[in-house]
Design a protein around this ligand. Sequence first.
Ligand code: HEC
Length: 128
Amino acid sequence: MNVKTTKTLLFILLLGYFGFAVSGNTPSNDEASKDDVLKTDEAIVGNFEAGEERYKKSCINCHGAAGKGAASYPKISGQEISYTISKLETYRDGTKIGPNSSLMIMMAKPLSDEEIADLAAYLKDVTF
Ligand code: HEC
């Protein structure tokens, strides 16, 4: 249900964007060059919404809503992007960090670089 809502929102956003483009208001050069900088400065810029969707699919059960932790599972929100990325890459490599790493290694194996970047972006800024 959540995924559907997100897709509907994305669709509405896209519609808005195209309406804007058709209306003849071309984005200023300033905005275009800002986008370029964002794309070239970092290999992958994580996307908050995509990260949220991924988080709700496979992480929320253990780490709780908004990554605040649940029972014996650690709080993972509010960390620097580089911190979360390096942890997830370590687990994906199959390397243990703490006593319960096998759970996380299993979870991190299927993640792509982009999904890791999205999750890190989401976890850094998510709040209640
Ligand atoms: C089956 C339960 C479970 C699921 C599902 C799960 N985790 Fe974890 N996670 C853990 C446990 C347990 C640890 C601590 C592991 C250890 O001892 O090294 C952990 C640790 C982490 C850490 C490192 C925290 C730190 O500061 O060391 C990150 C980041 C993390 N998880 C992110 C995620 C993300 C992102 C997902 C979804 C793709 C996810 N987890 C899904 C149980 C889970």
